[in-house]
Design a binder for this molecule. Structure first.
Ligand SMILES: Cc1ncc(COP(=O)(O)O)c(C=O)c1O
Length: 369
């Protein structure tokens, strides 16, 4: 079966380097935080021309600890989209903060300036924007500017957009603080869970550094409430340092697959994402290649018959997640809700062979709805 993302390709390709990293950490005897984590934090900060990077246990913790560093507390009102897998919403729910859901634009599936303006007018304390599927939010520059004008901090969720950039600025360097996930299938993925927060603000960096380790200001002395254990382990950090120099190359591999899909998938019932390109930037790094069709389930079944697995990112908008959202009945997000019914993710990952890409294109084009 063709998977949407086959991590085993990377494991085989880099087996020697992976074993060397793991052995180096074993020899060092330092397994959690420590020199390997500091080395990765420095290189990831430098990659973004950011002053600080703090490694944490996963991308959801990165969101939560960054939100806490911004001063989000129980009852705070925080703007976020409802079509990005509920990770920010889960982080808000852990804090006891209240989400204010933002509408997205149908083609890019990203948050709009207009919806952020409405949220700011209604008095949100923080704005979270998500660079979804590897696409830098097209209006991010204007959104960052209006948040700054209104003195409302902006957090960028970059879990799907490592190395993406717009007008020569990397995702993660537009707002006040940014969160990343290094889940194995991400554009920069570890071989387990991992995450990071980057920022240029010393106070935010100090807060996240304390919060990832029980809120300790000194060993065994809790200086901040809301802390937990969210440390990055040394093996993941060593692997991430090894993988980081490949990030741009892997993003190009993803992009070349997306460009082939854009040029060669031709079907009247399918709309394709715009694979936008700039001379000096990568506004879309093809984390996920997500098409739209009103007959999504039929297309998915057709592809399965041809040995191709697809997925839906994401089938339930956050405000429809009954367990965490009990009082969201009056939320009106028609575009978000339509997308949840019509989106379908096709396979796209570094190392996907030309014949595998050909097979996906031919199978989609042969669909008789
Ligand atoms: C947009 C987005 N934010 C946050 C996360 C959470 O990351 P993690 O799975 O590492 O907790 C993910 C992961 O899938 C994500 O896609």
């Amino acid at each position: 079966m063709q998977l949407i993302n086959d991590v085993s390709v990377k494991l085989k390709r880099y087996e020697k380097e992976i074993c060397e990293c793991i052995n180096r950490v074993i020899q060092s005897g330092w397994l959690v935080l420590g020199p390997e984590v500091e080395r990765f934090e420095r290189s990831f900060a430098d990659y973004h021309s950011s002053k600080y990077c703090i490694g944490v246990a996963n991308g959801t913790d990165a969101l939560e600890l960054a939100l806490r560093a911004l001063g989000v507390e129980p009852g705070s009102k925080v703007a976020t989209v409802a079509n990005a897998g509920a990770y920010a919403t889960a982080a808000l729910s852990s804090i006891g903060a209240v989400p204010y859901f933002l509408e997205v634009e149908q083609s890019s599936q990203c948050v709009t300036l207009e919806s952020v303006k409405t949220a700011l007018d209604s008095g949100v304390d923080v704005v979270v924007i998500t660079h979804l599927f590897g696409r830098v939010v097209p209006e991010v520059t204007q959104i960052a500017a209006i948040c700054e004008q209104r003195n409302v901090p902006m957090l960028e969720d970059c879990a799907q957009a490592h190395g993406a950039s717009l007008s020569r600025k990397l995702a993660g360097s537009f707002g006040n603080i940014a969160s990343f996930s290094f889940y194995p299938t991400k554009n920069l993925g570890a071989l387990g869970d991992g995450g990071a927060v980057i920022t240029n603000n010393r106070a935010y960096a100090d807060a996240v550094t304390q919060l990832r380790q029980y809120g300790w200001v000194n060993k065994y002395e809790i200086g901040l409430p809301g802390g937990r254990n969210s440390r990055l382990d040394a093996i993941q950090a060593a692997l991430l340092s090894e993988f980081l120099p490949n990030l741009n190359i892997w993003n190009d591999e993803r992009l070349s697959i997306a460009l082939r899909y854009e040029a060669e998938i031709i079907h009247p019932l399918i709309s394709k994402p715009i694979v936008s390109q700039e001379k000096h930037s990568k506004p879309y790094v093809a984390h996920l290649y997500v098409i739209q069709t009103s007959l999504r389930d039929e297309l998915s079944a057709h592809l399965k018959e041809h040995g191709i697995l697809t997925d839906v990112h994401y089938p339930i908008p956050d405000h429809k997640q009954e367990v965490i959202m009990t009082s969201m009945n009056n939320v009106n997000l028609p575009v978000t809700e339509l997308l949840a019914e019509t989106i379908l993710t096709l396979p796209c990952y570094p190392g996907m062979s030309e014949s595998q890409v050909n097979h996906v294109i031919e199978s989609v084009n042969s669909w008789k709805a």
